[in-house]
Write a protein that binds this ligand. Structure first.
Ligand code: CA
Length: 527
């Protein structure tokens, strides 16, 4: 037993009949839970790993196990008090039917608006604001990826030094564009995702495209006239400025690279002329996500993110939460928190579509949990979901986006952007929605990062924050350690977001240039 850290258990709600063990390394069998913690006086019958659940009562076979005040499973056999309640002892509850759900029945707490918070951002022609000033080269098809990568390397070496106000140049590489059933109804999802990513606020409206020529996803199909503001002298109905590799004018590889560099120059010039200006915090569009979750995610990091999400909404900003399979078990909480019946019905529509999508693949939401989740104490998706949705805070849900859709300027507040929970796919779709800042919580640890937008990573446990000291930006594990409150951590996160948005601070993922690929969600057939 560690004398410095007495045994500590954490229970989320008074009605819960399990608590999780907070101590680094877990607690050995025979440990007596001390006075003042949930389960005081109980003797542990098993070794209970950190983050895992201990039975606070005797369970008979079939008894409900409550965490977050909701059923996360049913005992498959008798479980005496003091036992380790691991996933093999639990039958997962079935998913709530999507019929008869409460629609906009809860009136969320009304918080006073937060006025006066600002950041330094790049104001775009369409009114949106970038937190970074990046030239993004859109691609129509994977075939051009190698050429674009070499062009980007040359632009960084030869041109970026001439344009010091431009933060970066990136190729929007992806696996779509050809070999796909482009007229399938669901093809709209990857196509609009690509289009909307190229219009992300961090790219300043400077759209340029590299195309192969023969691909199914032609530039005019990706970016029809009128779908974006033309920033150069070409007319309003001009299509995207495109370098087509199969163009007869290209003789040899170098001519393609030279063409891309020449095309990039005026875009870089215009981006370079921009300066940060003071803008209200309401221009932040923050995507929240979790990955590599553990049982602490719902105790420390996600509640702190939820508190911060409420602060952002009070400041007039937009917060997007996502991850269909990780909210499915909490659907009732979401539909009741919707601002109105239409929003609630949109949530049901999106989650119903996703149920059917999973069903086509003969799986369900339970396919979400990973070996790491389970090793971290999360028994099943029902338990994971309850910890996951806490990221959304307590505001009313004001809008719903389908996968790949872009937020309109008048869509503010708390938004449910329906996406798969896959970290890279969710991040890609949140970029398409217009995200200019990303918060990512992790318990197991992931080096996730994006080239397109700063990613603020939040550790759920101090042990992870210590070991990954140069990868985690915020340590929410201090909440479990009793060193900081959820509110203090949420406020610190809010201030850190304003600093990162302003370019005053960089995230670790930016520092190390950790960039995950864009991964499109393509539910349509390939050919
Ligand atoms: Ca995720």
């Amino acid at each position: 037993m560690n004398a410095v850290n007495p045994p500590l258990t954490i229970r989320m709600r008074d009605e819960d009949n399990v608590a999780i063990v907070a101590n680094d390394g877990g607690l050995p069998a025979g440990t007596v839970l001390p006075a003042g913690v949930p389960g005081a006086g109980l003797v542990l019958r098993d070794k209970v790993p950190q983050g895992h659940k201990v039975a606070l009562t005797d369970f008979a076979e079939g008894d409900v196990v409550l965490r977050y005040g909701v059923p996360i499973g049913y005992a498959l056999k008798a479980i005496p008090a003091g036992s380790w309640v691991h996933e093999r002892l639990l039958q997962m509850p079935s998913a709530r039917a999507l019929e008869g759900l409460p629609l906009a029945t809860v009136t969320p707490p009304v918080h006073a608006p937060l006025d006066g918070y600002t950041f330094e951002g790049y104001r775009n022609a369409d009114g949106s604001v970038g937190t970074r000033n990046i030239l993004a080269i859109t691609t129509t098809v994977q075939c051009v990826a190698g050429v674009v990568a070499q062009a980007v390397a040359r632009i960084k070496a030869e041109l970026l030094p001439l344009y010091p106000n431009v933060d970066d140049v990136i190729g929007l590489e992806h696996s779509y564009g050809c070999g796909v059933a482009i007229d399938a109804p669901d093809a709209i999802i990857p196509i609009r995702t690509l289009k909307n990513i190229s219009l992300n606020p961090n790219f300043g409206g400077e759209v340029m495209v590299v195309s192969l020529g023969c691909e199914k996803l032609q530039p005019a199909r990706l970016l029809p006239p009128g779908s974006f503001p033309i920033t150069d002298e070409r007319g309003a109905d001009a299509g995207p400025e495109t370098v087509c590799l199969q163009d007869d004018a290209h003789v040899g590889f170098m001519s393609m690279l030279d063409d891309i560099l020449q095309t990039a120059k005026p875009h870089l010039e215009r981006l370079n002329a921009r300066r940060r200006e003071t803008v209200p915090a309401s221009e932040l569009i923050v995507g929240v996500q979790c990955g590599g979750s553990d049982a602490f995610s719902g105790v420390t990091a996600n509640p702190a993110v939820g508190f911060c999400a409420d602060l952002l909404v009070r400041a007039g900003a937009t917060v997007m939460f996502s991850e269909n399979t990780e909210v499915r078990d909490a659907v009732e909480q979401l539909t009741s928190r919707a601002a109105n019946a239409e929003v609630a019905e949109a949530i049901i529509r999106e989650l119903g579509w996703y149920d059917r999508y999973l069903d086509r693949g003969r799986v369900d939401r339970a396919a979400n949990t990973t070996p790491g989740n389970k090793a971290g104490g999360l028994s099943n998706i029902a338990e994971k979901a309850m910890g996951s949705i806490i990221k959304s805070g307590s505001s009313a849900i004001s809008h719903v986006l389908s996968p790949g859709e872009k937020l309109r300027r008048d869509q503010r507040g708390l938004v449910y952007a329906a996406t798969p929970a896959s970290d890279f796919i969710c991040g890609t779709l949140q970029l398409a929605a217009g995200m200019n800042l990303h918060i990512f919580t992790t318990g197991r640890g992931t080096p996730y990062g994006l080239a397109e937008c700063p990613v603020v990573k939040v550790a759920t446990r101090s042990d992870l924050a210590r070991r990954w000291h140069d990868l985690m930006d915020i340590n929410a594990g201090r909440i479990a350690d009793g060193e900081a409150t959820i509110e203090e951590t949420g406020w610190a996160m809010f201030q850190f977001l304003l600093d990162v948005a302003s370019g005053r601070k960089k995230t670790w993922a930016e520092h190390w240039k950790l960039h995950n690929a864009l991964v499109l969600f393509n539910p349509a057939p390939v050919t």
